[in-house]
Design a protein around this ligand. Sequence first.
Ligand code: KG4
Ligand code: ZN
Length: 328
Amino acid sequence: MILSIESSCDDSSIAITEIKTKKILFHKKISQELEHSVYGGVVPELAARLHAQALPKILEQTRDFFPFLKAVAVTNAPGLAVTLVEGVTMAKAISLALNLPLIAVNHLHGHIYSLFIEKQSLFPLVVLLVSGGHTQVIDAKGYKNFSLIAKTMDDSFGESFDKVSKMLGLGYPGGPIVEEYAKKGDENRFNFTVPLGNSPKIAFSYSGLKNQVRLQIEALGELSTQDKADICASFQKVATRHLLQKLKKIFQSSQIRDFAIVGGASANLYLRQKIQDLCDQFGAKLHLAPLIYCSDNAVMIGRCALDAYEAHDFASFDKLVSMPKSAI
Ligand code: KG4
Ligand code: ZN
């Protein structure tokens, strides 16, 4: 079995995966949403302190699996510097105490592997990764064989939902809240401009759209619940249309048979439907992770670690460090 740890942002999570069957034998996640919601976003130092409390609590529950462990896997990049180190330090302690090899997992690779939980890996794939920290299109050919097709030049898709929610005073994390409000809103009331709409560039940008929403909120002054719902719906439509316009260019320039959406924001059902329509238009099959494994979790880290274990891709104790800014 492999024990995996995830602490790259505000979720403390540990999982145990059986190597032979790929089955999840244990999974526990303690989210810190409540603690951060008062601040409208994640406060890194607070997150680190909460990981230091939560991770040992979860680990205690995995003691019975200790004799069966063959490796310890941990997210070491990218993420918040002060929270990554909590997981990495715990992984090293377990590795020393139980004499187990270490596996370093890139968090973004983990999100891609959320597609293969308790299943065989399915490559090649083109993957849209939409999370709080990233908006990327990735050409995924196999284990650690990933190349970037497009990425955001500033904010990420998920982050822009968080910011819109914060500006409307709706809470954190903003993604699910904005999606919920949008259901009751008129998506055609506000005509926000689609970012990079006239640019041939295959890249994403959300800072301008966020600013358009801010100006609209200021222009309205006092906001009714309906105003907020209309803003959420109009914003969600344009944020998604921006993704679709650029994805369409990618579909037009290459033959894509298998396409996937991963990351926390891939739980957005409006986005899922629009991308399903795009895939139908181009005859591609859409792959999605189970909703519970879209947001950060140690199960996807464990699933990626299975392929690392098979490839004998172990990290040396001395060289394993957290790398907050690492790319795909
Ligand atoms: O993957 P994740 O859990 O953490 C990172 O690696 O960043 O993604 C969290 C992000 C947050 O920005 C959150 O607001 C967004 O995913 N998110 C959503 C939805 N659910 C979560 N964004 C849009 N619609 C949703 N339903
Ligand atoms: Zn993530």
